[in-house]
Design a protein. Structure first.
Lengths: 313, 455
């Protein structure tokens, strides 16, 4: 409730006759809002500002070099119409959707949940060892994780050396199946986060309820489906939202492993935006791609937030 | 009332402070006397090459000793050519971060002049005696579309065939080798393939992985030897639909389809050149390739690999024209320059530092250590330059048949379109005709149909 509403309610409860006479001076609301202003200004400058600036930039032909660098022109929606007719963009959009769905929503999410469930049953030693292994990938800085994954999938990398032990000649993974390689790498790197979120959530599921279900004769899968999952639904939604947004913006991992290649076969939107803005110095076009990414992220967020809200009610 | 007044005063004070802050970078030149001046110098260093760093450090020491109160701040950027160009362009977007003197690739000059990043040097060069020591061809490298000079060249380069004599002799090819046309290259490559199956016979770069290397050390060598070009200088228009473009792609297709070059996967690795210089040539695993006149710098002490025998094992030959037509050989040139920032607070001092770096002594060190081709006539005559490596004379002669990239503001994107065409052909995704047609469409889209010419 805003200060204005508070004042209005007060006025009503004190009776209509006095209302006109007690009208508060106009400066008062402003004064009451004053303590909020630092927060509002900070939010505006550091959150809304860059977004608005990016949106403005995407409506110009700003560039890093050439005439447009000195004097950027307003081009309206030209960058966006160009995007829609650019086959590279449509491919990149599709690759981004696949990357997010397969590596985050399916891979990290399900694997994280699976490991967390298994660890509730495992002995302390086993769960400690597994936990350290999984979390190790997540603790690595993204650039290091990228190099590790590159060393693993590379033509002469660990994976091919392992398959060679069994007499199978591996392929050049980063060249023949670049998307599979970066998806697997992202699952490897990100699963720990989901695992930890679910571990925390599962710890909060009261044992009495599970035990009661057991006494009622519910088997393992039924207990999972009717008891455990509904009780951690809010954690699932929060986790999905966080890993979706995180995966949507993955850049370093892919850039180190494949640099978006070969022939754009692993160029997701962040890589395409980088390439357009900084390699081809078309900052306006690159910014337009960034704005599209922002919209995609916003759509996912709205979906998850709605899911969260329904659980509350 | 008193409170109101106080707020107004403090707002004014804040505003004045902010204004002062903004103005400081842009126009501080007037108050800063030469007694306390700082220059920002930005240049590129790479893992394989730290010469520029040595030259700059020496120039800084000499310059600071000669000028009281002047501080020279060196800001080397370690990275690839592309990363360096991006970082430099970003720093030039604000006068607060723009460098006073910087290292600039020749093919970026025209578009960076359009962007207003470079200072017009005409009046400075007129008063600089040493400028007469630069050869006339090299001076052109820094000229922009308006006819003025904006950058001073450090060195230039040419491109030629580098071949491994051991591999060629084992295949029965006579050395010194000097192929007369494209066919002679294919014949030698096929001979190597049949006699030494584990050797890469003749490599030409292709695809977007090697970036400018793909076009400079491979595609343009082919294209400019067909009689066609990428850009019609007299009309100022981009060429589309040329037979030479298709023929050049077809040559690459032959190399890759017959496994005469590296595999497409290797070709797409941006570090393939390190494999070429560091492993394939020293281990007798590569017949030949087209590379720059700077190649010996990778084999000399302190380079990519230490390979003292390269002078005996390697040979150099001009790249032939398609059918051996006049002038018989073809080469491409690039090179690096130094330029002064258009927003420099102290342009006089900045240019003076530039001349310090360009002195005969420093120029000689840079040229020799980088295996560059000299742009100063007094360096070209120096024995230290002539004896720098066994190939100086041969690669320097190619200056007479060399070509330059059409360095317009659109060039970087068109270069990418060329690289994409070579990639599609190399991977067998498109025929040379299809890839050429797609390139034509991309160019027309980029510059508009009115800026293209059908050949």
């Amino acid at each position: 409730m805003t200060a204005a509403e508070v004042v209005a309610r007060d006025a009503v409860t004190r009776g209509g006759t006095e209302r006109r006479g007690r009208r508060r001076p106009p400066g008062r609301t402003v004064l009451r809002l004053l303590p909020l202003s630092p927060a509002v200004v900070l939010l505006g400058v550091f959150l809304a500002g860059p977004i608005l600036w990016a949106f403005y930039g995407s409506l110009t032909n700003a560039a890093l070099t050439g005439v447009a660098a000195k004097d950027p022109q307003w081009v309206g929606l030209e960058n966006y119409t160009e995007l829609l007719s650019d086959p590279d963009f449509l491919q990149s959009l599709w690759l981004t959707v696949i990357f997010v769905l397969v590596s985050a929503v399916l891979g990290q999410n399900l694997l994280g949940l699976g490991i967390a469930l298994l660890m509730t049953k495992a002995s302390k030693a086993v769960s400690a060892v597994v936990g350290v292994c999984v979390v190790a990938a997540w603790v690595l800085p993204e650039i290091v994780a990228g190099f590790v994954a590159y060393a693993f999938f590379n033509r002469e990398g660990t994976l091919n050396q392992l398959t060679a032990l069994f007499g199978i000649e591996g392929t050049d993974w980063l060249f023949t199946v670049p998307m599979l390689a970066v998806i697997l790498a992202n699952i490897w790197r990100g699963t720990a986060f989901s695992m930890m979120v679910y571990q925390a959530a599962l710890n909060d599921v009261p044992e009495e309820i599970t035990e009661a279900a057991m006494i009622d004769g519910a088997g393992g899968s039924k207990r999972l489906w009717y008891i455990t999952l509904p009780m951690i639904r809010r954690s699932i939604a929060t986790n999905l939202m966080l890993i979706t947004l995180q995966t949507l913006s993955v850049f370093t991992l892919i850039y180190v492993m494949t640099a978006g290649g070969p022939a754009g076969a692993s160029t997701t939107l962040p890589l395409m935006a980088y390439e357009e803005a900084f390699r081809y110095s078309d900052v306006g076009y690159g910014t337009a791609i960034a704005v599209v990414m922002l919209l995609i992220g916003a759509v996912f967020s709205v979906i998850y937030i709605r899911a969260l809200r329904e659980r509350k009610g | 009332m008193l409170r109101d007044h106080r707020i107004k005063v403090s707002l004014l004070a804040v505003g004045a402070l902010a204004l002062a802050g903004c103005g400081g970078g842009g126009g501080g030149g007037e108050d800063e006397t030469s007694q306390s001046s700082a220059l920002r110098i930005v240049y590129q260093t790479t893992e394989a090459n730290a010469t520029m760093d040595d030259v700059m450090k020496k120039a800084k020491a000499d310059f600071e000793a000669a000028h009281d109160g002047v501080t020279v701040n060196l800001e080397p950027i370690t990275g690839s050519d592309e990363d360096y160009a991006t970082k430099l362009a970003l720093s030039q977007r604000s006068p607060d971060t723009a460098p006073d003197v910087f290292y600039e690739d020749t093919f970026k000059i025209r578009s960076d002049v359009d962007a207003g990043y470079l200072l017009n040097l005409d009046q400075y060069l007129a008063e600089w005696d040493d400028w007469a020591n630069f050869n006339d061809g090299a001076k052109e490298a820094g000229r922009a579309d308006d006819g003025s000079i904006y950058a001073v060249p450090l060195g230039t380069d040419t491109r030629a065939i580098w071949y491994n004599k051991n591999v060629l002799q084992d295949a029965g090819v006579d050395v010194p080798w000097a192929p007369k046309d494209w066919n002679a290259i294919l014949e030698a490559a096929r001979a190597i393939k049949s006699s030494q199956p584990d050797v890469v016979p003749f490599n030409l770069y292709a695809g977007t992985g090697t970036g400018e290397g793909t076009v400079m050390q491979s595609f343009y060598q082919l294209l400019y030897g067909t009689g066609d070009t990428l850009y019609d200088d007299s009309e100022g228009k981009w060429v589309v639909g040329s037979q030479g473009f298709i023929d050049s792609l077809a040559f690459l297709q032959t190399l890759y389809q017959e496994d005469l070059a590296v595999t497409p996967a290797e070709a797409l690795d941006p570090n393939v050149w390190q494999m070429v210089f560091g492993q394939l040539f020293p281990e007798d695993k590569l017949g030949g390739t087209v590379e720059g006149s700077y190649s010996p710098s990778f084999w000399q002490e302190g380079g990519l690999v230490d390979w003292p025998e390269y002078g005996d094992v390697m040979g150099v030959a001009p790249f032939p024209t398609q059918n051996g037509q006049e002038p018989g050989a073809v080469s491409m040139s690039g090179g690096w320059t130094l330029a002064v920032g258009a927003n420099s607070a102290n342009p006089d001092l900045a240019f003076e530092f530039l001349t310090e770096v360009m002195s005969q002594e420093n120029s000689l060190e840079y040229t020799v250590a980088n295996s560059q081709i000299a742009v100063r006539t007094d360096v070209a005559k120096d024995p230290a330059y002539l004896d720098a490596n066994p190939f100086v004379a041969e690669v320097s002669e190619l200056v007479s048949v060399t070509n330059y990239r059409p360095a317009t503001a659109d060039y970087p994107q068109i270069s990418t379109a060329v690289q994409e065409a070579t990639e599609a052909v190399m991977m067998g995704k498109k025929t040379p005709e299809e890839a050429a047609a797609e390139f034509d469409a991309a160019v027309t889209d980029l510059v508009g149909a009115e800026n293209t010419v059908q050949k």
